[in-house]
Design a protein around this ligand. Sequence first.
Ligand SMILES: Cc1ncc(COP(=O)(O)O)c(C=O)c1O
Length: 472
Amino acid sequence: MRQWYGVRAKGSRMTRSWAEPWKIKVVEPIRMTTKQERIAAIAEAGYNTFLLRSEDVYIDLLTDSGTSAMSDQQWAGMMIGDEAYAGAKSYYNLVGAVEDVYGYEELIPTHQGRAAEHILSQILIKDGDYVPGNMYFTTTRFHQEYAGGKFVDVIIDEAHDPTSLHPFKGNIDLDKLRKLIDEVGADKIPYISVESNVNMAGGQPVSMANLKATYELCHQHGILVMLDATRTVDNAWFIKQREEVYADKSIAEIMREICDYSDGATVSSKKDNLVNIGGFLALRDPELAKQARALLVAFEGLHTYGGMSGRDMEALARGIREMVETDDHVRARVGQVEYLGNKLVEAGVPIIRPVGGHGVFLNAKAILPHIPHDEFPAQALAAALYVESGVRGMERGIVSAGRNKVTGNHNYPKLELVRLTIPRRVYTQAHMDVTAESVIEVVENSAAVGGLRFTYEPESLRFFQARFEPIG
Ligand SMILES: Cc1ncc(COP(=O)(O)O)c(C=O)c1O
C-alpha cells in the first residue's frame, strides 16, 4: 500500500533544529532587580558572586552543580526512597545503576564529590607522593595536598591557550607523564587523576584514544588510573562528534568505554547525574573498597548510605539511568551551551574555544587588559556582569588558583576566566539570549571596570568566601 505522506516527504534537505527532549511541568518564579539594588548587593557580598543571595540573582549561571531540574520520575523516586539505616533498597538500586552505566562494581556513596576525593586521597596517597592530573580541580587538588601529595599538571599545552581550537584540549600529554615517571619513579605515583571534560580548562574533553594510551602507559608502570567522572556524559558527546569511529555508538556505550580505561572514579553527582546532592567513589578492587568503606563509616555514614538519604539515592539511581537513556538529553544540554557560546563569538566576545560542555568561559584577560593579574580581572568581570544584568557567573582564574604552598605567592594561571555555567534542564533559549546581550553590554563598557583587592582572604579554597573592595 502507498504511504500517505512518508514516501513523498523523503529526500527533504531541510536541517532541523534540536529541541529539549522534555516539557516544563513545574516553574519557579525569578525576580529582576534594579541596578541600584545590584550595586548594593555586590558591595554587601564583597564583590564575590558566591556571597550573593540567590533571591538577588536573575539568571543564575554560578554553577551547574546541584542546580539541575529533576524529572517527574526522579521526584516520584523521592517518595519511595527507602530510609532504612542499613541495607536500603535504594542503595541497591544505586549500586545497580552505577554498575550498569559506569561498569564499576564497588560503590562508596558520599554526600558529594569532594567527600569521595577525600576518601580516595586518604587511602592511596602517602606523604611525598606525586599525583599527576589533566589540570587541577580546586577540591581535588586540595585533598591530594591534604593527604601529603603534590599535584603535577600533565595536560597538553593547548589546554592553557584560550585561542587553540584543539578538539580534545583535555588530553593528557604522555611525554609530560613519562618525564614525571622517569624523574620521581613510578612508586611515588599512586595514581593519575584523569578528569573527563576538564572543568578548569573550559569544559574540554579527553579523546578515547588518549584515555586508552594513558591507561596502557600507567598500567605498564603499576600506576592506577582514577577518573574524575563528574562530567563524563558531556565528554562522551564530544567523542561521538569528534572521534570518527564513535560516530555511530550511543552515549551509553561510549560512557562505558571511557570508564573501562580506569581503575575507579570519583563522581560529583550534582552534575551529569541530575540530582541536587550526592556523589560517590567507585572502585574495581574489593580490597581498596574495604579501606574506603572504613573511612566512609567514620566520616560520612554507614556503607549503605554514606552521605545520602534513601530518597537521595533513589533519585540519583534514576538520574544516572536517565542521563544516558537517549542521546537527545546530552545533545540538548551541550547544544544550549553552544548556542550561548556562538552568540558571543558572533558578537566578537573573546571566549574559550571550542565552546565547552557545561558552560561558556569568558576570557577576562582579553576583555579587561587594563587590569593587572593581581587585581583579579575575572573576579571584577563577574561582579560587573552581575551589576549590569543580574546574571551570576563565577571567577575561574587567579583567585581560584590560590597561593603556592611554599613561596606564599599567588599561583598565576594562564587562564583568567569568568565561567557562565548552564544548569541542566533549567533555563530556556530566551535566558541565553538575555545572558548574551548582558555580556556584550559589559564588554562594550569594559573600560569602566576597575580592579579589586582582598579585604578577607581565606587560607584555602579562597574563592568561595573571599571578600574584595574596588581599588581607587
Ligand atoms: C570536576 C569536578 N570534580 C569534583 C568536584 C567536586 O564535587 P562537589 O562539588 O560535589 O564536592 C567538582 C565540583 O564542581 C568538579 O567540577
